[in-house]
Write a new protein. Structure first.
Length: 277
């Protein structure tokens, strides 16, 4: 296992707890892995500007797989080295569907988040986001627009991801998922309860991880991935060493070759100690 040169790790539900905290145990394990010559690569559904500072402060973190694999950024040069964006016409089709729903909407573009003017103030009230999701709207520095459709028509925007942080109850979630799926050419995932994440059909963490590995001169066998949820499945399938945290989703547990401890019990650190140190 000492041949691993690249460690890709999901954030929410894998590496950090309560969507923002990096435990001392996980931090120490990642620092040790980097000191041993392993490239540390966060791989997340978040956009670039929403990467936790504790992750950015880890030594040697230069690349990040963001927006579920839609964009891989060189953080040092502040530029993408790989992109799989939603075509503008397809994004317009998605927005036409969403116009029929009263739900919170975010567009990820160029590493930042865009939403409609007034939405952040209405997140807790009108859109009834539960407290566990407040962090996702309170800590973002949004770009604001008056109308999503006009934005797409006038700018030609090709988003990295369209994010719906809260779609409930379950029946509404299922129905909207089906409407979006019927459009074709999209990849739909859910990385936290009650959300829907919309990407281009060819955007996923696995392909992004392999593209970055090739850029860095690493073979598939030299790549390790750790994840917990549906948007991690392709990454777990792509890596030579794949590990799911013990409290991960059934899909992630089935896709991984190995299982470690729960994410809030330093499961990532346990995996690093087992396979890298």
């Amino acid at each position: 296992m000492g041949a691993v040169k690249l460690l890709a790790f999901d954030l929410d539900g894998t590496t950090i707890t309560e969507h923002k905290y990096l435990s001392p145990g996980n931090r120490e394990a990642l620092i040790k892995a980097q000191a041993a010559g392993v490239e540390l690569v966060p791989a997340t559904g978040r956009m670039k500007t929403f990467l936790p500072q504790e992750i950015l402060d880890l030594p040697g973190v230069r690349y990040a797989i963001t927006a579920n694999g839609a964009a891989v950024y060189d953080l040092r040069e502040d530029k993408p080295v790989y992109q799989r964006l939603i075509p503008n016409e397809k994004a317009r089709q998605v927005q036409q569907v969403l116009d029929g729903w009263d739900t919170y909407i975010e567009y990820y573009s160029q590493g930042t988040a865009i939403t409609k003017a007034g939405y952040p103030e209405l997140g807790k009230t009108h859109f009834a986001l539960p407290p566990s999701k407040w962090h996702f709207i309170e800590d973002k520095d949004y770009g604001l627009v008056e109308d999503f459709g006009a934005m797409l028509r006038e700018t030609g925007l090709c988003p990295e991801k369209i994010n719906l942080p809260y779609v409930a109850p379950e029946e509404a979630h299922r129905k909207l998922w089906e409407e979006l799926e019927a459009l074709g050419g999209l990849r739909l995932t859910s990385s936290i309860p009650d959300n829907i994440e919309i990407n281009a059909g060819d955007a996923e963490k696995g392909s992004a991880l392999l593209a970055l590995a090739q850029l860095l001169g690493c073979s598939r066998e030299q790549v390790m991935a750790v994840g917990d949820n549906g948007n991690d499945v392709t990454m777990l399938q792509a890596a030579g060493v794949s590990v799911a945290v013990g409290d991960g989703s059934p899909e992630a547990l089935a896709a991984a070759r190995y299982v470690t401890g729960p994410h809030d019990q330093d499961g990532l650190a346990q995996a690093v100690e087992r396979f890298l140190l």
